[in-house]
Write a protein that binds this ligand. Structure first.
Ligand code: ZN
Length: 173
């Protein structure tokens, strides 16, 4: 299992799933202390109205079962030795330890690098409610076409077309 970043809605089941399946967990060292504590000690940094409302709620301070990553990620990491034809790519910005997974078939599993608009508002790229470093995140998105992904899978919403996301990121910048 690859934990894309240290937000509880993205790693909340990691410890239990690892126990049930025996699968090792990979996570980036920059979000390690958050995963080890079961949640962030600092408040999320909202970038829109929903985020500003959400950080005032108790849900923003929820914690989960902590875990110790079996594989600490420090840079681009191939997963061939684990039987997966893919690589982990650091994509910091949403959090310092955000990573994406790029399969050899071109599927990019991107965590909260970008989100899809709420259902009913079309299938378009959108910012998630929080980014620790919004400009750093956009810089990562603008470099994404160099990875030549064919489909972008996000933590919140439907898969996106990478070219559409690239154009959106340039406009957001
Ligand atoms: Zn997140």
């Amino acid at each position: 299992m690859v934990v894309t970043h240290g937000h509880v809605d993205n790693f909340g089941a990691a410890a239990e799933l690892s126990r049930l399946t025996g699968a090792p967990i990979a996570g980036h060292i920059a979000d390690f202390s958050i995963c080890r504590a079961g949640g962030a000690s600092a408040p999320y940094l909202p970038i829109g109205l929903f985020g500003r409302l959400f950080v005032r709620s108790a849900r923003a301070r929820e914690t989960t079962e902590p875990f110790e990553p079996d594989l600490l990620i420090r840079g681009a990491t191939r997963l061939s030795d684990l039987g997966v034809e893919a690589r982990i790519m650091p994509t910091p910005g949403h959090t310092a330890g955000s990573v994406s997974v790029l399969t050899d078939h071109g599927d990019l599993v991107a965590g909260d690098l970008v989100a899809t608009t709420f259902p009913g508002f079309g299938k378009r790229p959108a910012n998630p409610p929080f980014h620790d470093d919004p400009l750093g995140n956009l810089a990562g998105l603008r470099e994404m076409p160099a990875l030549a992904p064919t489909k972008l899978h996000v933590g919140h919403g439907a898969p996106l077309n990478p070219e559409q996301v690239g154009r959106w990121a340039a406009a957001e910048q």
